[in-house]
Design a protein around this ligand. Structure first.
Ligand code: SF4
Ligand code: SF4
Length: 256
């Protein structure tokens, strides 16, 4: 089976224990206003044009004969400023696992491994699970970063295929959750209760978004929900909106 990803980053230090390689899966069911990965939202491949660096020379608009350029109506290979690329690549689970296993020594030395992130890895849970099991067979530690919004089956089966889970709980109030992420949090909290009792090590994360998730009321309510679970609060990424114009999209926090 094929996984659609938009990046693979080596030497990641904040996506689980040790030195890790993080695989960014494409597609997410949420639309958090503060999301810093616009290329992770759609499950489809997308044209990326770095407008800020564009020289407006028009060369990419001259028709070319490269087969890979045809779907985009722009030449991907001629830009003198390197502004054009496509976000999203399909890769066979087996091929991906082979690539990741190549760093086995780095993982072993540092107590690290591979983390599936996104986007939302559970949107492609069957392929993620397949790849995680292949890594496991090779003795590699696996982790997943998830928003937790998935069917019970997808969540449970994928969690059980991982060694470690990092799960976001962003807002305790269901109405505010819907307002700021696009979905209610009932399914997320139900999945969290499974995680809490399934025996896998896990970490809860909350991004501190000014005036939205960082209120005393929200943080107190999250602590009540998660009990004594390990909890990390992440500072707001002030550069989060920078990539949106490259995809012809508008950053949600600019509209609040
Ligand atoms: S070729 Fe590059 S610099 Fe020229 S118009 Fe296209 S994106 Fe802009
Ligand atoms: S869950 Fe994560 S990837 Fe999905 S929209 Fe929210 S911040 Fe972005």
């Amino acid at each position: 089976m094929e996984l659609t990803i938009f990046d693979i980053k080596g030497f990641a230090l904040h996506d689980g224990p040790g030195i890790r390689t993080t695989v960014f899966c494409k597609g997410c069911p949420l639309r958090c206003l503060w999301c810093h990965n616009p290329e992770g939202l759609s499950p489809k491949r997308q044209l990326c044009v770095k407008e800020a660096a564009c020289l407006h020379c028009g060369k990419c608009r001259v028709p070319c004969s490269h087969p890979d350029c045809q779907p985009w109506g722009r030449c991907l290979h001629i830009c003198p400023a390197g502004c054009i690329s496509v976000a999203g690549e399909k890769i066979e689970a087996e091929h991906l696992a082979e690539k990741l296993i190549a760093d086995r020594d780095v993982f072993a030395m540092s107590g690290g491994g591979v983390t599936f992130s996104g986007g939302e890895p559970l949107l492609q849970w069957d392929v993620v699970q397949e790849c995680a099991l292949l890594l496991h067979d090779a003795g590699i530690h696996t982790a997943m970063e998830t928003c937790g919004y998935a069917s019970c089956e997808a969540f449970r089966r994928t969690v059980l295929a991982m060694d470690y889970v990092i799960m976001d709980i962003k807002l305790a109030d269901p109405v505010l959750h819907k307002r700021y992420t696009g979905v209610y949090n009932g399914r997320i909290l139900e999945n969290f209760r499974f995680l809490q009792h399934c025996g896998k090590p896990y970490l809860i994360r909350t991004p501190l978004i000014p005036g939205i998730t960082d209120t005393d009321e929200n943080l107190t309510a999250i602590r009540e929900l998660i009990g004594d679970s390990a909890w990390e609060q992440l500072p707001y990424n002030t550069l989060a909106g920078a990539k949106y114009p490259n995809f012809g999209m508008t950053y949600g926090m600019e509209e609040t």
